[in-house]
Design a protein around this ligand. Structure first.
Ligand SMILES: Nc1ncnc2c1ncn2[C@@H]1O[C@H](COP(=O)(O)OP(=O)(O)OP(=O)(O)O)[C@@H](O)[C@H]1O
Length: 291
């Protein structure tokens, strides 16, 4: 079983932005969701774990590998799918995987061919292996991206905002693929899409303004909110007033009318009804009410 221990991680950019503010997380096998709004610091954390940028302080251990002291060791066992997966203009799917396999130190040509074919099949792109990756759809690009991340049997796989820009069908296929990669390794899924985490992850953390504001299972944190989320349909002109007078978690338009969710220990007033909390409520409670 793999364990990733992140301790007291800090990073302040030269412009003064504190992107990582004493981050502590422990992650074991399976899919771990890192949820946060844009600018929360997720990419900074992912890039630091992938040894693409240095932290100012703190430590990261993957089993007995000290990631900052021994980045080369970490890279041997890392699969990384960055937010923007850039590819060379003319390269085919097969050539791309072969190239990454060379970079990961698989020097034997026959072995490389076997791995490349296995992965092309696994991500359902074998038939497209001779096509230029540049012309792939968003979903196909993400699947070839995960295939390259799987080369070399990594213990830690990091995927940064993998479903942004995918249509629902592509998103589904990508989810199935991630779930299929299995429970053998640590997969960190960084996203601002609450549904991605709800559907895939047994453990998660919520990040905001460089800090971890929650870590645990989605189910536990939903249980903690039970009985405390109240819903009311109001007029558009009333939204600002309600935001001033109540702990409004979120407001959403349903059939042209705003429906607000309010956080309160007891019924906040007439017209409110208690509703079953969802992960989106959790996310907005942690992000909006604590910052
Ligand atoms: N190279 C950099 N120099 C200066 N500031 C940066 C740099 N990279 C990120 N930031 C800032 O650090 C904060 C965290 O950014 P980061 O990209 O890590 O967040 P994020 O949660 O991944 O957001 P997004 O989903 O938008 O990528 C933001 O305020 C961002 O503007």
């Amino acid at each position: 079983m793999a364990i990733l221990k992140i301790e007291n991680l800090t990073k302040t950019y030269p412009n003064g932005v504190k992107a990582l503010d004493n981050v502590n997380i422990e992650i074991t096998n399976g899919m771990f969701g890192l949820l946060g709004p844009n600018g929360a610091g997720k990419s900074s954390l992912m890039r630091t774990l992938a040894t693409l940028q240095e932290a100012d302080g703190g430590s990261v251990m993957l089993n007995d590998i000290d990631v900052f002291k021994n980045p080369t060791e970490l890279r041997k066992t890392l699969g990384y799918l960055p937010q923007e997966f850039g590819v060379y203009p003319k390269i085919t799917a097969e050539q791309l995987l072969d190239h990454v396999a060379v970079l990961k130190g698989i020097t034997n040509g026959k072995e490389r061919k076997e791995i490349v074919n296995y992965l092309l099949n696994k991500v359902n792109l074998y038939e497209k292996r001779s096509q230029s990756v540049k012309g792939f759809s968003g979903g196909m690009k993400q699947r070839i991206g995960i295939a390259q991340a799987l080369i070399g049997k990594p213990q830690l796989i990091i995927v940064d905002e993998p479903t942004a820009g995918l249509d629902p069908g592509e998103r589904n296929r990508f989810h199935n693929l991630l779930a299929d990669v299995g429970q053998e390794v640590i997969i960190i899924l960084s996203t601002h899409i609450v549904d991605d985490v709800r559907e895939l992850c047994s453990n998660m953390a919520i990040m905001n303004l460089g800090k971890i504001v929650y870590q645990g299972s989605p189910i536990t944190v939903i249980d903690e909110l039970r009985g405390k989320v109240w819903q009311k349909s109001i007029e558009r002109s009333e939204v600002a007033d309600y935001k001033t007078n109540f702990n409004v978690i979120s407001d959403k338009m349903v059939a042209g009318k705003p429906i607000i969710h309010v956080f309160a220990d007891a019924n906040p007033g007439s017209g409110f009804e208690n509703v079953e909390p969802n992960l989106e409520d959790v996310f907005f409670t942690k992000v909006n009410l604590q910052s």
